[in-house]
Design a protein around this ligand. Structure first.
Ligand code: FPP
Ligand code: MG
Length: 333
């Protein structure tokens, strides 16, 4: 089955979609697609066959999301923890990913039609080199698409994502390009794999497990969590409708919580920036006694923001450059 499945909804489904679309629709839904192997066992199949059914369900789900007007989807396809599974299963999942990314690269017209931008969240250098090349090609090919976003978490855990971001920031502090006072919640947020993404409105986990398993821990702080008993390959459009209804039911409260969080963060970061600028002013004072306090604080804050912008700009360029190198098969760096 292709990634972008094109099938018709029944009239009842279309009716429900229209009803839901008259209310607020989540912009971004994330899925922990759990229960593939249990599904296969339940059906009397080879355990690993469950993953192919899992992919087919992903493809159907993407279509349902498009129909509902959900423009960003994040899927947990392979956790760093999954490398600890039996070799045969890791190989099976890597082969599935190879096959699906190859197919995706053949579906360029559909990618164009839906304006899909594919992003990979994760440490792709942990993947086999040929798969790294395929995913880099898919990301680069769809880099400038802006209608819909598909974030594929591959070799991903939130802890690794946050650690990686902290390392990127620390390197620049050591080089003197960033100062300790430049580090803020916003700059950490903008250094994650998800830096170009919005926070998920809903995180759905199937299979009855009620854990996040190191998935979008930073980004999901204010997401609606929907834990469903259904095994992922048994997931139906009705389960998605249910998750959207849950979001709509909580919408006003979520809007308020998100607004308060944004304002609080802005306010706190501004206060911290001012305090850091004042501390710098105090320590420089003896050299520049005549400087006007307010204009000096303003200048120091501008410098702070310039260093941050330069860092984030360079990080973006470096990550793009790394993808180009991977795509060309140069994985030595
Ligand atoms: C969890 O079920 C699922 C996974 C570890 C793999 C998810 C991957 C897909 C749905 C498709 C892959 C797509 C691409 C592009 C490679 P599980 O194995 O934990 O099953 P269980 O909970 O029943 O044991
Ligand atoms: Mg599982």
């Amino acid at each position: 089955m292709s990634w972008i499945h094109e099938s018709k909804r029944t009239w009842v489904e279309r009716f429900c979609i229209n009803v839901l679309r008259s209310g607020p629709i989540p912009k971004h839904v994330a899925f922990i697609m759990d229960g593939n192997r249990r599904f296969a066992v339940k059906k009397g199949m080879e355990k690993l066959e469950g993953h192919s059914f899992g992919f087919n369900k992903l493809s159907e789900t993407l279509e349902w999301c498009l129909d509902l007007g959900i423009t960003e989807v994040t899927v947990y396809t392979f956790s760093i923890e999954n490398f600890k599974r039996p070799k045969e299963e890791v190989n099976c999942l890597m082969n599935l990913a190879r096959e699906k990314f190859r197919e995706l690269l053949k579906e360029k017209e559909k990618l164009e039609k839906y304006g899909v931008c594919i992003r990979i969240f994760g440490n792709i250098t942990l993947l086999p080199v040929d798969l790294q090349m395929l995913v880099a090609e898919a990301v680069l090919h769809t880099y400038n698409n802006t209608k819909t976003y598909l974030n594929v978490c591959l070799a991903y855990t939130s802890r690794e994502e946050i650690t990686n971001a902290v390392k990127d920031i620390a390197k620049e502090v050591v080089k003197g390009n960033l100062m300790e006072c430049d580090i803020s919640e916003k700059i950490l947020d903008q250094s994650l794999y998800s830096c170009k993404s919005t926070a998920p409105d809903i995180i759905v986990r199937t299979s009855g497990e009620i854990r996040l398993s190191d998935f979008l821990l930073w980004q999901g702080s204010y997401s609606v969590l929907s834990f469903l008993k259904v095994l992922w390959p048994d997931f139906r459009i009705w389960h998605l409708f249910l998750a959207v209804l849950l979001f709509q039911h909580n919408y006003e409260r979520l809007k308020e919580i998100n607004k308060n969080h944004t304002l609080k963060t802005l306010h706190e970061e501004e206060e911290l920036d001012i305090a850091a600028a004042v501390a710098q002013y105090e320590s420089n004072k003896s050299n520049s006694d005549n400087t006007n306090f307010e204009s000096e604080i303003l200048r120091l804050r501008n410098e702070m923001n310039k260093r941050r912008d330069k860092f984030l700009d360079q990080l973006d360029k470096d990550r793009y450059e790394k993808l180009l190198q991977i795509k060309e098969g140069n994985t030595s760096q």
